[in-house]
Design a protein around this ligand. Sequence first.
Ligand code: GLN
Length: 492
Amino acid sequence: MTDLTTLTLAQALDGMEKKQFSSAEITNAFLGAIEKANPHLNAYVVVTAEKARAQAAQSDKRRAAGQAGPLEGAPLGIKDLFCTEGVRTTACSNILGEFKPTYESTVSANLFRDGAVMLGKLNMDEFAMGSSNETSAFGNVVNPWRRGNEDTKLTPGGSSGGSAASVAADLCLGATATDTGGSIRQPAAFTGTVGIKPTYGRCSRWGIVAFASSLDQAGPIAKTVEDSAMLLQSMAGHDPRDSTSLPNALPDFRAACQRSIKGMTIGVPEEYRVDGMPQEIEDLWRQGIAWAKDAGATIKPISLKHTKYALPAYYIVAPAEASSNLARYDGMRYGARVTGKDLVGSYEQTRAKGFGAEVQRRILIGTYVLSAGYYDAYYLRAQKVRQRIAQDFRDAFAEVDAILTPATPSSAFGLGEKSGDPVAMYLNDIFTVTANLAGLPALALPAATDSQGLPLGLQVIGKALDEESVFAVSAALEKAAGFKAKAAKWWV
Ligand code: GLN
């Protein structure tokens, strides 16, 4: 019998529908795989085996009764940024201690409503701040991919490193993730998986631990473009509990994957050809352009003039919002507390011990750029830059239907290689932050391997609310690329 963990989501749902196997069986297969792999990869920080088995049993009953939902019986992993009722949720920070939410995030609730099974909570950078998963209070995740025959440990990217690694290593059929500056797309690119950040407001932020509220957006990491469309269909939708949640009806994302891209115009922004970009990334991009042309699209050079200001603007706006959002962790109402000599002392001790170094750096930067006297020079200025970036995209989308870029400036790097240099680390987000600043949907898909055998990703950016074009172009590129490589399972 085939190893059930290697199926795509679409194949697994099909297999259950045809009664080839049950949710209980595939759930057990994943729990077994996690048991073997997790000591090596550290992708899960909590494994909810009992809950998963109970949900799977319920799911099998529903299917037998003819009440199968769109994701009926599908075992998924949930990033530890999503509050899960009764299951420890820490955003991989010590400051949340053993926090067990009394409620379920809208996104995870939507998945369960549609029949999904939860395998556990996935590792991530602390409060989603990072690009390598090295800021997690539970230790880094290890990328299942390796350079050739070397055993150097590589990062799966971040902040959704656990989500990406678990999908790449067949430790779930798909995973939830979040993207504030690239945290879905960069890890997807580093692990040969597909990740989409939808239009800002498509997925409810209710019950997701907040990092930078005007940029945070949930989305899936999956094995294929079609799987990512199916997961997003369930995750997204209007939620009155999030004031920025969009009321717009959801199109059929899976159907959009079948659309022809003949006659579409795809923009290629010259500003994304950055200095020092490896030749392999350049070649990948050129190849992507050729594939789109072959599929009948017209390619058009475009200019996104303010691109070079995106990263600096992001590293003002995101820390500013983070410093405000993280003010609530005072050790009084929930999470861990370190008792000081008085109330202020307790606040200080709790925050000094509870937050890791990167989170403290962000809070300091954020507090500084929001302080009297500096607000206009930094925060307000960054907001203006943000408007310019959004306008660049609006101008471009008057002429093109989608934009094609590389997803990241490099393939996965070694653990520890960049952790001493925050600026080098921040450069990972150079191609991804623009879509967050402008609120646009963007998808990363695996397209090739580099000379070391590591996956490289392309990015497709769409107009606001036009995920359908993003899926259509991505599915066409996926088909042309025929990317079939998998990480060798060196841990079994
Ligand atoms: N790497 C970026 C950061 O550290 C983006 C993180 C994210 O998207 N959550 O802020």
